[in-house]
Each structure stands twice: as structure tokens, then as C-alpha cells.
Design a protein around this ligand. Structure first.
Ligand SMILES: [Fe+2]
Ligand SMILES: [Fe+2]
Length: 212
């Protein structure tokens, strides 16, 4: 009976979709994409990250998706702000609009580090989420708790989508050794989380408590 191949590629240690983090110092630069290949230690239980695995393409596609999503939000957020008469909520949305413009700039920085021109790839999820927000505005009246809470709930769905997208890309970025990019994406993730928390606070203090 033939012996099994002892050089078989080891399986990842955990059941995470992301391989163990290695080679944190490796930062992509212009024109060196094909050279990004962390060294493999045969004694370590790690997956080899090779551009041919498609992970760099997966990462770049995710950045293009977010670039479309963030640009789309720059158009959608002013409509949400205009649709509420609750000053705290309106201000929170407008402040987050300013942050969203920075999110776009940060993604442009990421493209630059990757040595690529910024490119947007339509994000169907974000289009759907903003349509839900428009639906809330169409089916509720101005100056009502239902309108304001509906806007908050729709906005939180947007933030949760962004948080999930950034978290996944940060994990992947870490695994690819894109330290500088991870730091940039983390700045935006923090702002998405803060925005989500602020929306929840406004719902609790300005709307739900007043219904008791
Ligand atoms: Fe954002
Ligand atoms: Fe956001």
C-alpha cells in the first residue's frame, strides 16, 4: 500500500476563514504585487499566502466594493439628514457624512499603497440598504417617532454592513502582511463603530425612553 504524502499542505489551525497572521512587515508597493509571497516555514502550521491563491484579488475586490459603497453613502446621507426633524439625529448623520468623505479618501490611500488607480465596483448590498432607508422615508411622516426610529434602524444596518466589511478586510490585510493598510482601515472601522453606538444612544434617549 502506498504511503500517504507526508508533504501535504497543513490545514489551518482554526476554523477561521483567514489563515494565521505572518510576515506583518511585508507592505505592498507599486509594481511588486506578483512578488508578495510570505516565506513559508515548513515546521509551522500556516497556510502559504500566494497571489495565485486569489487572496490579493479578493482583498482588492473588497476595497473596490467599499469604495463604491462609501461614495454611494455620500449621496444617500444628506437625504436621510433632511428627512428627520430630530436635531441630534440630523447632526449625527451630517457628522458621519463628513467622516464618510474621509473614508473615501482613506480607501484612495489604500489603492495608492496597492499601486492601483481607485476603482469602484458596484456594491449591491449597499444599494439595497440605502433603498430600505428611502422606503422608510416614503412610508412614514415627518416629525414622528416612527420616521426618526426608522431612519436610525436603517442607518444602523448600513453601519453594521460597513463594520462587517471592514473587519473582514482588516483580517485579510493582516494575513497578507499589509500592516499600513490595516492601520488605515482600522481608523475607519472605529468611526463606523462610534457612529453605530451614537445612533443607538439617540434611539434610546430621544425616542424609545419618551414612549414609556
Ligand atoms: Fe464609511
Ligand atoms: Fe458609516
Amino acid at each position: 500500500m502506498a504511503k500517504s504524502n507526508s508533504k501535504k499542505r497543513p490545514a489551518p489551525e482554526s476554523n477561521t476563514a483567514f489563515p494565521k497572521k505572518e510576515n506583518k512587515s511585508m507592505v505592498p508597493a507599486k509594481d511588486n504585487h506578483s512578488k508578495i509571497k510570505p516565506t513559508k516555514d515548513a515546521d509551522m502550521d500556516v497556510m502559504e499566502l500566494d497571489p495565485s491563491d486569489g487572496l490579493i484579488k479578493l482583498f482588492t475586490d473588497g476595497i473596490k466594493d467599499l469604495y463604491w459603497a462609501e461614495n454611494h453613502l455620500i449621496k444617500a446621507l444628506p437625504k436621510m439628514a433632511k428627512a428627520t426633524s430630530l436635531k441630534k439625529l440630523q447632526q449625527a448623520i451630517l457628522d458621519h457624512l463628513d467622516q464618510t468623505k474621509k473614508h473615501v479618501e482613506r480607501l484612495e490611500q489604500v489603492f495608492e499603497i496597492l499601486g492601483r488607480d481607485p476603482q469602484a465596483c458596484k456594491c449591491d448590498a449597499m444599494e439595497g440598504l440605502t433603498k430600505e432607508g428611502e422606503g422608510v422615508i416614503e412610508t412614514t411622516d415627518m416629525d414622528t417617532p416612527a420616521r426618526d426610529l426608522g431612519i436610525i434602524m436603517a442607518s444602523q444596518k448600513v453601519e453594521h454592513y460597513e463594520m462587517a466589511a471592514y473587519m473582514g478586510l482588516i483580517e485579510l490585510s493582516d494575513s497578507l502582511g499589509y500592516e499600513e493598510i490595516s492601520a488605515i482601515l482600522n481608523e475607519t472601522l472605529t468611526e463606523e463603530e462610534d457612529s453605530d453606538a451614537l445612533l443607538a444612544d439617540i434611539a434610546a434617549s430621544e425616542i424609545l425612553q419618551k414612549q414609556d
